[in-house]
Design a protein around this ligand. Structure first.
Ligand SMILES: [Zn+2]
Length: 648
């Protein structure tokens, strides 16, 4: 085992070009992994216990290969700005909490996530602040004379509070340490709008979870959303709401989604009570035709940082499988609370949520854990089937311990069935007729008026009359196991076999470009990568071969197709030192290449975005990832040398 040690290089380079190229995924494509940042990173309980700056956000970066293997494509990070304790008592919205690192660490983390195709959502706590927030400090000091006295809700100098400030104020849920802001005050609104704007501009985040949204003014939430979406069209906003009319919040507040507490309860309690009628009633009420939330995607979860781990809540752990299978097949956005995919248990302590928020070092992460394996399969099924991501909902049958529903999109019909009994159960129904494919177990089944649902599990059935989507479970790369050692100050990270980054592959393409340079060709190089391995590598040979089509990209596409004995390269990435020309983009489109990464842009013939905007070509598969500006300086330098030489 080789332990490679390396330090992140120098100060972070802000690269606008690269940033612009990250395409945030559509909301209905999201599978969210929720991390409670302070707990996960092992931060001290309070900031005063912490000496200096601890660069702990890199622990999240270290977990990204695991998240990719799991199939999650979006992370939600619990509060991470400077606060007194857990993060919901913010004292400075403009500074990452020193227990977690610096602002540069956060910028770096978001960029690394984007490089890996992962969107980032931050917890946004705008309803209340901690007592050390600058405006509240001013109020304590200057009382009636404070210019900030109207920044807080219902300040009354005739009353007192539990801190004996000699005045009272509205708080959140009876907690005097959480001071409610006056969200109707124009200065407060502006301040918070600017705060969110800077999070988008400085860190490039893709969305927020609005904490305590159900007690916020929806008019203000809408203003925040309008501002954010003017910066990023697909900016995602999910409101936290334990109860209330979610559709009203979506309508008035312009939220994209709301935390689905109603089904959270139904999901586990219908299993504990052996009463699927409960969750069936609720799913019908919310999602069936005429249902309350038919028109938006709810944020679905089985546990989070505020409630007991679902493995502790369930009476029978074997119910975890049918529980998660329903989470990934019901309407809405599925989410996983970090660690629960391993079936870890925890209950709230006496007046503390700490047991629900363990440090990464204390969680036995293992992608081959039996429950995790099953969840990976469920995630893959969810992501591959349109009907599950955005189809309609219709109840098929319900019994105490079995249930089935139908999800329909324009092109697909999928039936999800569940059985929480400890033995297989037969369901008779004339609609189960013909040859089906169970997407979850990946096998065919011939049905004639009856289906047998395996014990403590379920099936995701699709009639074989339809085109069966390919379920792509991410491969596990054992070498990617990363051991991270937290050191303070200078970002020292210890990796076992550091996963190759885009820059590493681009350097290989650059070596080809240098070869072309030596041969007197226009110096452009390219490589094709499949599953982390280079399967084709070549450079421009137009002069040598006297062939106008012998561009680097064309040659590697030929090589790769030949090697794989197929024309479809939808699991391959093309790395090329210069922006491809129209011919090469044509070959990219024809070969369905999954990912295009290029170095220098080419203002004269580049056909991705410089001249012909072929990145928008209708034949380019929708999910194609495109990144430009990788190793831009080196790529540009070699091109420039080549052109100068030609001119001579
Ligand atoms: Zn070309």
């Amino acid at each position: 085992m080789i332990i490679e040690k390396f330090a992140f290089l120098g100060p972070f380079q802000y690269n606008l070009r690269k940033r612009r190229c990250f395409q945030m995924m559509k909301h209905d494509e999201m599978v969210i992994y929720h991390i409670f940042t302070m707990g996960y990173c092992g931060a001290e309980a309070t900031q005063v216990e912490c000496d200096g700056i601890h660069h702990r956000l890199n622990k999240i970066e270290a977990q990204l290969p695991y998240l990719k293997e799991l199939g999650a494509n979006t992370i939600l990070l619990g509060p991470l700005f400077s606060s007194i304790s857990h993060g919901y008592d913010t004292t400075d919205y403009s500074k990452v909490d020193p227990r977690l690192g610096t602002n540069e660490d956060l910028t770096h983390l978001v960029q690394i996530c984007h490089d890996q195709g992962i969107s980032v959502i931050l917890d946004c706590v705008f309803n209340h602040v901690g007592r050390s927030f600058f405006a509240f400090e001013d109020l304590k000091q200057n009382r009636e004379q404070s210019i900030y006295k109207d920044w807080f809700d219902s300040v009354n100098f005739w009353e007192n509070n539990s801190y004996n400030d000699g005045f009272s104020y509205r708080n959140w849920a009876g907690c005097d340490n959480l001071v409610k802001l006056n969200l109707y005050h124009p200065d407060v609104k502006n301040y918070l709008k600017q705060t969110l704007a800077s999070w988008i501009d400085d860190y490039d985040i893709d969305g927020v979870r609005m904490d305590a949204a159900n007690v916020m003014d929806m008019g203000f939430v809408r203003e925040l959303g309008d501002m954010a979406r003017a910066k990023k069209t697909d900016f995602f906003m999910v409101g936290e709401s334990v109860s209330g009319d979610y559709s009203l919040m979506v309508e008035r507040g312009g939220l994209n989604s709301v935390t689905n507490y109603e089904d959270y309860k139904g999901l586990y309690s219908s299993l504990n009570d052996k009463n699927y009628f409960e969750i069936a009633y609720s799913l019908n009420r919310l999602f069936a035709q005429g249902g309350l939330y038919q028109h938006f995607l709810t944020y679905n979860f089985v546990d989070n940082h505020d409630v007991d781990r679902v493995a502790s809540t369930l009476n029978d752990e074997r119910d975890l499988e049918p529980l998660y299978l329903m989470l990934f097949t019901m309407p809405g956005i599925p989410t996983i609370y970090y660690g629960s995919e391993l079936g870890i248990k925890a209950r709230k302590g006496n007046g503390t949520d700490a047991p629900l928020r363990p440090a990464v070092a204390d969680i036995p992460f293992d992608i081959t854990n039996p429950l995790t394996e099953k969840i990976r399969q469920m995630v893959a099924v969810h992501k591959s089937v349109d009907a599950l991501k955005k189809g309609s909902y219709e109840q098929m049958f319900v019994r105490s311990c079995q249930m089935g529903f139908i999800r329909r999109s324009e092109e697909q019909t999928v039936i999800a069935v569940f059985n929480c009994e400890a033995s297989p159960v037969q369901i008779r129904d004339d609609r189960f007729n013909g040859l089906y494919y169970d997407l979850y177990h990946q096998k065919e089944c011939q049905l004639s008026g009856m289906v047998t649902i395996p014990e403590k599990s379920g099936m995701v059935l699709m009639s074989m009359d339809q085109e069966i989507p390919k379920i792509q479970v991410p491969e596990i790369n054992q070498n990617e196991a990363i051991v991270i050692d937290e050191t303070d100050g200078d970002h020292l990270v210890f990796f076992e076999a550091r996963p190759k980054k885009m820059e590493d592959y681009m350097r290989l393409a650059l070596e080809e470009a240098y070869r072309a340079e030596d041969e007197g060709e226009v110096p452009i190089g390219a490589v094709i990568v499949k599953d982390g391995e280079v399967i084709a590598s070549n450079h421009n040979r137009k002069e040598g071969m006297q062939d106008p089509t012998a561009h680097a990209e064309m040659l590697v596409i030929h090589e790769a197709a030949k090697k794989l004995s197929r024309w479809r390269l939808d699991d391959c990435a093309l790395y090329v030192t210069a922006e491809p020309c129209p011919m090469c983009m044509g070959a990219v489109i024809q070969s369905h290449i999954k990912k295009i990464v290029y170095g220098a842009s080419e203002p004269r013939y580049g056909a991705v975005e410089s001249t012909a905007q072929l990145k928008q070509h209708p034949m380019l598969p929708k999910r194609t990832e495109i990144y430009g500006g990788i190793c831009e300086n080196e790529c540009e330098a070699v091109l420039k040398r080549g052109f100068e030489k030609n001119r001579k």
